[in-house]
Write a protein that binds this ligand. Sequence first.
Ligand code: SAH
Ligand code: MG
Length: 216
Amino acid sequence: MIVDNRITEYLHSLETSRGELLDTIEKKAIEDGVPIIRSETAALLRSLTAALRPENILEIGTAVGYSALQMCQVMPENCHITTIEKYEKRIPEAKENFRKAGEESRITFLEGDADMWLKELKGKQFDLVFMDAAKGQYIHWLPDVVRLLAPGGVLMSDNVLQEGELIESHYLVERRNRTIYKRMREYLYELKHHPQLMTSIIPLGDGVSLSVKEEA
Ligand code: SAH
Ligand code: MG
């Protein structure tokens, strides 16, 4: 936990419904243990999407399509989302949710590993990238993501503070979490020192970072 529980509860109490479909998807995802975006982080993603008015969005980690559909609700009419998911169990559910939302034409769903798809996406530029998949891979995907970001584009990364574990001494981190811990610290260091990125790290939800790519 990064943010005081009472503050989080209060923030959650202020959130309003995003419609029956998203409410149903959210409820089911929580029941099924799908790690969808937290409501306070979703609010930031929505505000950012509305403010940027992007034409092309890339999402790494679709899960069942919840965050993609959150963006669809606030992005411009002509905006397009490309989203990547590799977990076979979640793919049909995400497709079904995109269909139910009537958003199939505005979403390109790439099934398979982001390792492969990020290399395949050549000559494309995205105004907004939402990184929300395997935390230990963010550092490896960063060069491709920077290449894919349009000048002035924004990279939003979720779960970057690892429930607050990131500030603990290496020795206090459970062995199985150490690789992610090390890689996430490298990732945040890289985001803050990258010559083409200007980054702000926000202790909201599970930790979010916003990186703006320099203009040309
Ligand atoms: N953005 C979603 C939640 C994503 S959860 C939402 O807020 O609604 C993270 C997802 O990333 C999981 O479904 C997991 O299967 C997927 N994932 C993890 N590693 C991946 C990889 N290497 N390639 C593609 N998807 C990956
Ligand atoms: Mg997440």
